[in-house]
Design a protein around this ligand. Structure first.
Ligand code: ZN
Length: 84
């Protein structure tokens, strides 16, 4: 028996690459905020060099005291930008 194949929305390779880079960058930023002891109950903000390979921007981040969520964005347009 064969299951009908579901239609997939194909992603261009560069999109996949971009998403992979974003995920790595988000992990690196969260690691850095954790290293600084920021999280729920201890909010704060700071900056770090952008962890995206080849990017020469800086990432500014904010950690919310209420829930420990992180919001961050790179100074380079189109680079990492996220909020939890
Ligand atoms: Zn960047």
């Amino acid at each position: 028996m064969q299951l009908p194949s579901k239609p997939k929305t194909p992603l261009a390779d560069e999109d996949k690459e971009k998403i992979a880079r974003m995920i790595l960058a988000i992990e690196a930023i969260k690691k850095e905020t954790a290293r600084r002891g920021l999280g729920k109950g201890k909010g704060g903000h700071g900056g770090m060099p952008c962890p995206v390979p080849g990017c020469r921007g800086r990432v500014a981040f904010i950690v919310y005291v209420m829930n420990g969520h992180v919001m961050a964005s790179c100074t380079v347009k189109g680079c990492v930008q996220f909020r939890e």
